[in-house]
Design a binder for this molecule. Structure first.
Ligand SMILES: [Fe+2]
Ligand SMILES: [Fe+2]
Length: 288
């Protein structure tokens, strides 16, 4: 194992800004189905970009409201919990994924689009397969599953030739090659970052094991498998493929266990495409 970068990489984790507390507190409030709207407003009012994004999404073509909504309270009520969660988390991680990420990406914004696509896919699978998981955790884990790439990006671009060689000559999945060349893979680094941000164990585990869900601790298996499958499916559809996109095997655990047929998967793909086109406004949040 190459030890050259290990200390630097561990130090880089601490250079990533803390996860926005406004988002954590707001998510906590909306996780209670009977939450008081004023409590939420107290929290999100403090954040200009979240406030702007809530209003922007509410006034977007997707909602097609007959008049412009300018009150935050009204917008929150219109959006409802599912869209609020989407807009809160998306605003919260946008800056993170917007950092220059030469290491993995072919074009700017690719990591961000992949994250959104994976989060929407996970949400579609969760609902249609009626998995016993909490929507907040699913959306958060999916959105952040590749967050370790933000840390590793610089190192991957420096050592890309060696990593690529292992992937092409020895047929290693990309994360294995990262581990051999850099000492860590992006999944482990993402898991460590989630722990540092004090995310719940299930989310940290799903991030850490998204390329090897079979190794996740038992209580977090299902969430890890769901994130792995969502990631695999969006990569297959070409959503944010990046340099590593085609060098992973499709994770079959959940497909096999739930005995999903080709038809089921096709139906889920259609649902996902609908969600994606509805979510254009959310994807464009990065431009606010
Ligand atoms: Fe990944
Ligand atoms: Fe991914």
């Amino acid at each position: 194992m190459n030890m050259k970068y290990m200390d630097d990489i561990l130090a880089s984790i601490h250079e990533i800004p803390p996860f926005p507390q406004v988002v954590v507190r707001a998510m906590d409030i909306i996780s209670d189905p009977n939450y008081v709207v004023n409590d939420l407003l107290e929290v999100i009012r403090l954040d200009q970009s979240i406030t702007a994004n809530v209003l922007k999404l509410c006034n977007s073509a997707y909602f097609g409201l007959p008049r412009k909504v300018s009150s935050l309270k009204e917008a929150v009520v219109y959006l409802g919990t599912v869209h609020l969660r989407q807009v809160l988390l998306s605003s919260g991680v946008k800056d993170l994924y917007d950092r220059p990420d030469k290491g993995y990406s072919y074009f700017a914004g690719e990591l961000w689009q992949h994250a959104i696509a994976c989060a929407l896919m996970a949400q579609v699978l969760l609902r249609h397969l009626r998995l016993p998981l909490e929507e907040n955790s699913v959306f958060t884990a999916a959105l952040l599953h590749d967050v370790g790439k933000v840390v590793l990006s610089t190192y991957v671009s420096r050592e890309f030739a060696d990593i690529e060689k292992l992937v092409e000559k020895e047929n290693l999945p990309f994360h294995e090659a990262e581990r051999q060349v850099l000492g860590f893979d992006h999944a482990e680094i993402g898991g460590r970052l989630a722990e540092l941000w004090q995310f719940p164990d299930d989310i940290a585990a799903a991030i850490r094991f998204h390329h090897q869900p079979e190794k996740a601790p038992k209580p977090h298996c299902l969430l890890s498998e769901l994130i792995a499958l969502s990631d695999g499916l969006v990569l297959m559809l070409g959503c944010g493929t990046s340099v590593d996109g085609l060098s992973y095997a499709m994770p079959h655990l959940l497909i096999d266990r739930l005995k999903l047929k080709r038809n089921d998967i096709e139906m889920l793909m259609v649902k996902f495409q609908e969600e994606m086109s509805n979510a254009r406004e959310m994807i464009d949040i990065r431009d606010v």
